[in-house]
Structure formats: C-alpha cells, structure tokens
Design a protein around this ligand. Structure first.
Ligand SMILES: [Zn+2]
Length: 481
C-alpha cells in the first residue's frame, strides 16, 4: 500500500516511503543500512558500508560532466523516534503510519523522520536516475547523528575526491547555513576537605528560571542557577561565616540550569540576619533580572539542628570563589554573521561529592582555537582553585568561509529560480559539517533542506511543495558547471 504514490517528485516520495517502512531510530540502523547497501549493489554503484553502518555510494559523472568538480551529498539515516502516549506502534520493529494532510506529510502518533529521511530520499532518487545531469556524486549517509554524530565521527572519508559538500540536514527553506559550532564538555574538579560539625543548617534554593538550550538560547541572557547560587553564597559569606554541606544544580551540561541549591551551616547568633539577608539578595536579583526572569526566586528553608560532614572553611571559600569566577554565557559574537554567537559556555551541572566539587560545562564555538582558549581558561581557573579539568565529547566546528564557491553558486541558483535571495545563516549548535571538514581539510560546505516543522516531536511535518522546490533546486545546482 503506497500512501505517497500520487506525490511529486515521484521517486523522492517513493524512496521516502520505503525508508519510513524500515524502522530507523538512532541505534537501530542495521536494517536501513542493509537496505542502502542493497540499493547500491543492485545498481552496480561503488559503495562502502563501514563498521558503524555508515554508507558511502559513488555515482560517476554523467556525460559532459566528467571535468566538473565532484560533490558530496550528505545526510544522516537515523531519526529521533518519539510517539504519543496512546500510540501502539513499536518503533523498533514497525513501519511508520504515513498520512497526508494538505501540503504536509506526517506520521500518525509518531515522529516522521523527515529529519533526515528526506535527505536520504533525495540522494537515492538521484543515484537511481539516468536523466539527471551531474558531476561525480559521492553520497555520504551517516549514522547516529541524533545521539552525538557518532557515524560522522567514525567514518573514513579518505577515498573521496570531492572538496565540496551539500549537507541536506536543515529544516528551513530559503536559509543556507554557512557555519556551525563545535563543542566539548568540560568537567572542573575542585578538591574539598570535610569536617564533622553540628549546628543549624539552612537550605538555600535559586529557582523559577527559564533555562533553555545551551546553544540556541544562550543569547537570551537568561539566568544560570548555578552561577547565581555561587554569587548568593559569596554575598552571604561576605556578611557572615557560613560553611557548605551540600551543593547541587542543573541536569544536563547542554541545558541552562533552572534550579540550584546549597545546604549551609549558619551560626546560631546569625540566623535572623541570615534569613533577612537572603530576602534582600532575592530583591537584588529580581531587580537585576527584572524582565528576563519573571519567576525567579531565592528561598531559605530552615533544616534545624543537625550533625553533618561539611566543607571546612577553607574549602567553602575555595568553592565559592571558584563559582564566582567560573566563566559562563556568551564569550564572543560573530562579526561575519549578525546575531550569531561565536563562542559560548554553559555551566550546566553542579555536584558535590565526598572529596570534590564537580562543575560540568558545555563549550561551543565555530572557531576551533577560540574553543581551545575557553578550555584553557577553565583549566587555569580550576588550577587556581587547586583542581583540574577533564574534557569529553570534543567535536569540531565549521568556521564561516567568506569565499565559499559552493555557497555563491547556491545563492545565485536560488535567486534565479525563486526570485528571492536566500538568507545565509549560521547556528550555534552542532552539525555534521564540522566533523566532515575536520576529515577533508578545506571542504566547502552548505547546509540546507526543505521545510520540516516540529522535528523530534510527534507533530513533525514535512512540506510536500517545499520538498519539490528543493528537489528542483538540488538538480539545478548539480547541473551548474
Ligand atoms: Zn538532522
């Protein structure tokens, strides 16, 4: 039963439907990878399937295009699988239930995987054709993009000849992406020394903050609960002695933390002043974050007389000082692309263990050396506090190239075809382009794609008309010599 068979371009939707019939959530890609391998085999196309299930398929230039520079067409084969609570489809084993509603294709009860199934469908339709003019095409279809770009990280591209690449993994027609951020996760480990002490303890909690994605929402100047808590502790410690018993905040290094709390020992004689001072600080913060964080609150809760293993005074001071000077937020804005954050840092998780405090941050930058500079600052700040850092999940960014030839061609073709200039943008989040460029130095990339709405949700919808326009667009770009 073919749901999409009436739609144009027919081959693109035929392949899209075939892909939707093979479960292909991240981590479950044996089936789709075998399907792609089989596709290439049946057509006698050179192909490679690697241990990470990535697929490379090569189609030689058509007549008259032998001298034109080869090009990589790239997308990822995995999708984010989410379903509604009442949906009974087993996304590990069963096909999606495709539906058409006006200009949109969606999957009933689940995500659609237009991100990035449509790229795979475009690529297969081109590879299957005998009437499309094109240079040598090197199709690179990666795995597990959605769970950390693992396929792109593993893939060996040394057999490829192309020095330019169309990444078909953006979701807004009329926007050509020209840069993305690289990133890394950094843990700062600050040693602490504890002692056992009895006394009156209070919990202090910062909360009600908006939070958000550490990449795309870092430019909204939202409050970071961990940084705010550090500041609150510092302000209190200037007024009266306190000792920290516990600290925690945030959930993920790539999310701006919405809440953070501390448990502190307060001297008996200072209780009343402490409670009043916390209220005063809340007023100061509320005033400062006035329109940015309307629900911000800072509260203290009396936990009463307890006996706890708490941080010695020296450790308390060290931890508070560290939180005060730990860099956070926007580090640099781009001059090439208006409004783009070039380098940023988000302190996302705070934990206190028996012998150390751990603060985990996500760094992003489209410039590799700028990312390294922030890492080094973190290293120095940690070392000044007697600690050290460890780096995980380091992936490269994609620096804006003012002289991109591919982008110039794609801008020109777009304007000729649709009568308007597309926007050139960049994102302060990761794309596979950064990793591909690190493997093919000088690779000239553009990322684009048809309109897909609400990706990664059960409301995901792919625009049929936009899919057709972007199909014609790709063919026209391939045709240019
Ligand atoms: Zn994607």
């Amino acid at each position: 039963m073919q749901i999409l068979k009436e739609l144009q371009p027919a081959k693109v939707f035929q392949y899209f439907e075939e892909i939707c019939n093979i479960p292909h959530g991240s981590g479950n890609l044996d089936g789709i990878s075998s399907y792609l391998e089989q596709f290439a085999k049946e057509r006698g196309l050179f192909h490679v399937r690697d241990y990470a299930n990535n697929i490379i398929i090569v189609k030689e230039a058509t007549q008259g295009y032998e001298e034109v520079e080869p090009i990589i067409l790239q997308g990822h084969m995995d999708m984010v699988t989410v379903k509604k609570v009442d949906c009974e489809i087993d996304l590990e084993k069963e096909p999606l239930k495709l539906k058409i509603d006006g200009d949109f294709i969606y999957a009933e009860g689940t995500s659609l995987g237009g991100d990035d199934g449509i790229a795979v469908a475009y690529i297969l339709a081109i590879m299957d054709s005998d009437d499309i003019a094109h240079p040598r095409i090197e199709a690179v279809i990666t795995t597990d993009e959605e769970i950390g770009m693992e396929g792109a990280t593993a893939i060996d591209l040394s057999m490829l000849k192309a020095k330019r690449m169309m990444n078909i993994d953006s979701e807004e027609e009329g926007i050509l992406l020209a840069s993305c951020a690289g990133g890394a996760r950094i843990d700062c480990n600050i040693p602490i020394v504890r002692e056992e002490k009895a006394g009156i303890f209070y919990k202090i909690k910062v909360g009600g903050l908006l939070g958000g994605h550490s990449g795309v929402e870092i430019n909204k100047e939202r409050g970071n609960a961990i940084k705010m808590l550090g500041r609150v502790l510092y302000m209190i410690s200037k007024e009266m002695p306190i000792q920290i018993a516990d600290l925690s905040g945030g959930e993920k290094d790539n999310a701006i933390p919405r809440e953070a709390e501390a448990v502190v020992l307060v001297e008996n004689t200072q209780e009343k002043r402490f409670v009043e001072f916390v209220k005063k600080i809340e007023e100061i913060l509320k005033n400062e974050y006035n329109t940015k964080e309307k629900e911000l609150y800072l509260i203290s809760v009396r936990l009463g007389n307890q006996n706890k293993r708490i941080l010695k005074q020296e450790s308390t001071k060290r931890v508070i000082d560290f939180l005060m000077v730990l860099p956070n937020g926007i580090m640099a804005m781009s001059i090439d692309i208006a409004g783009l954050v070039e380098t940023s840092l988000n302190v996302g998780i705070l934990k206190l263990e028996e012998n150390e405090m751990i603060a985990s941050s996500a760094i992003r930058s489209s410039i590799e050396s700028a990312k390294k500079y922030i890492m080094e600052q973190m290293e120095v700040v940690s070392s000044l506090a007697g600690g050290s850092i460890s780096v995980h999940g380091d992936y490269p960014g994609w620096q804006y190239d003012p002289d991109s030839k591919l982008r110039a061609t794609m801008l020109q073709v777009y304007e000729e075809m649709f009568g308007i200039k597309p926007k050139v943008e960049a994102i302060h989040a990761g794309l596979e382009c950064g990793i591909m460029i690190s493997k093919i130095p000088g690779l000239d990339c553009v990322s684009f794609g048809p309109n897909i709405y609400d990706i990664h949700t059960t409301e995901e919808r792919l625009s049929i008309s936009s899919t057709e326009r972007m199909w014609n667009y790709i063919l026209e770009v391939l045709k240019r010599k």
